[in-house]
Design a protein around this ligand. Structure first.
Ligand code: XLS
Ligand code: NI
Ligand code: NI
Length: 434
């Protein structure tokens, strides 16, 4: 037992706890909402990187956090894991996620990094078993080290492609070994800064081939989890190939992978792409590629990927509404890919951030479930499209040609009348639930 969280007790559901006490006031793991326990709906995960590896830097200043485990040795990596699992025990969330680089020190060679990684995976595996915390997803960090500065799979240097493939192989093996439920690929450097030095066509083809290799290997080792792509439009690279859900779908189609790969959708990335979170969720669901979510928001003014913990119930409610409509999570879950603000130095801040986020999500889920049960939005939607239910309209949609429809209209058979979209009425409706 470390003393990092000394004085902090396990967080429990206690809606009437005094204001200064850390408690879940809305998240009640066992409470049944829309036919399932809240824990099974939400499937919360803590992100290792932001909570335990991120030093608190911003573009103008470096480390603000002083953590006793900072440093690149195996002893410190084990200390970091000890503290991480102590936090999981305090929070009681069922899942967590890692990048290879978050959990093991970088070695001087590939072989040394691999040894470090395998050793720490075994260490973590024992803790998972003892404590019952599960791995929502593993992923490879193919963007921080300088070797990846010009991309991983999309690098102009084939040796970086090979290095990246080798790294993903080991990360997939480790995810499989730990019983991970998904494997995520976020292409942080899979894009470009300037077209002046970039062969865009070639880079996309490399990315497609890489993803085919990942899918082949998944099947070869019998990994039953989902392979997830996490779209993001820019940052760190100016133009990313996996801009948003629709763009990634086109990419998957081109490389024959639309039945193999699903989406991990991050709220902040949706905002960066000029979409709402619920747009991206609804799009993925419509395309049959919805997988999992990163529930961290961006600042609407700064325009950066600020990775803040969620704190807006109406937004979160609309997101879970889409998740519920999509049938809920299967292998996916709610990952807090979120970091503290750099002035939030205390261990208690880390706990409070997650507690607050879980409560916000619980409120969002309950509101979403209540809206779905009430059925008001679906009824309004059904009424709005009701004209399409008739045989004539279905015939137009399925068999008609432009000439057919010209004949119908020219004969004076129809006379379309605009009808209200009722946006304000629907917004008022939603407001009753959130
Ligand atoms: C960065 C991404 C990253 C992925 C995992 O913006 O959100 O944290 O979730 O590589
Ligand atoms: Ni992100
Ligand atoms: Ni993310």
């Amino acid at each position: 037992m470390t003393d990092f969280f000394a004085g902090i007790s396990p967080v429990t559901y206690a809606p009437d706890a005094p204001a200064d006490q850390l408690a879940y006031r809305h998240y009640n793991a066992d409470e049944v909402v829309a036919g399932k326990r809240m824990e099974d709906h939400l499937r919360f995960a803590v992100a290792w990187w932001h909570s335990f590896a991120w030093p608190g830097g911003d573009p103008f200043g470096g480390q603000t956090f002083e953590r006793p485990w900072f440093g690149e040795t195996m002893d410190l990596a084990r200390l970091k894991a000890d503290v991480a699992f102590e936090m999981f025990a305090l929070l009681g969330q069922p899942y967590y996620c890692w990048h290879d680089a978050d959990i093991r020190p970088e070695g001087d060679s590939f072989a040394e990094s691999k040894r470090n990684f395998e050793e720490i995976i075994d260490y973590i595996g024992q803790k998972m078993e003892a404590q019952g915390t599960k791995l929502l997803w593993g992923t490879a960090n193919l963007f921080s080290h300088r070797r990846f500065m010009s991309g991983a799979a999309t690098n102009p240097d084939p040796e970086v492609f090979a290095w990246s493939a080798a790294t993903v192989k080991n990360c997939l093996d480790a995810t499989h070994k730990l019983g991970g439920e998904n494997y995520v690929l976020w292409g942080g450097r899979e894009g470009y800064e300037t077209l002046l030095n970039t062969d865009l066509k070639r880079e996309r083809a490399q990315a497609g081939r890489f993803l085919q290799m990942v899918v082949d290997y998944k099947h070869k080792i019998g990994f039953k989890g989902a392979i997830l792509i996490e779209p993001k439009p820019q940052e760190p690279t100016k133009h990313q190939y996996d801009y948003d859900v629709a763009t990634v779908y086109g990419f998957l189609k081109e490389f024959g992978l639309e039945g193999e790969v699903q989406m991990n959708i991050e709220q902040g990335h949706a905002i960066l792409a000029g979409h709402s979170f619920e747009h991206e969720l609804a799009m993925a669901s419509a395309l049959g590629i919805f997988g999992s979510i990163d529930m961290n928001r961006n600042d609407y003014q700064s325009g950066w990927d600020t990775d803040q913990f969620p704190n807006n119930v109406p937004e979160v409610a609309l997101a879970y509404y889409e998740v519920l409509k999509a049938g809920g999570f299967t292998t996916g879950g709610t990952n807090f890919d979120a970091k503290l603000r750099r002035q939030s130095l205390d261990p208690k801040d880390l706990i409070a951030a997650h507690v607050g986020a879980m409560d916000i999500c619980a409120r969002g889920l309950k509101a979403a479930a209540a809206m779905l049960e009430d059925g008001g939005l679906e009824a309004a939607r059904a009424a709005r499209y009701a004209g399409w239910d008739g045989d004539t309209a279905q015939g137009w949609l399925q068999n008609a040609t432009l000439e057919d429809l010209e004949a119908v209209v020219a004969a004076g058979g129809i006379n379309p009348q605009p009808r209200s979209g009722q946006q304000e009425i629907l917004e008022n409706y939603v407001n009753r639930f959130v």
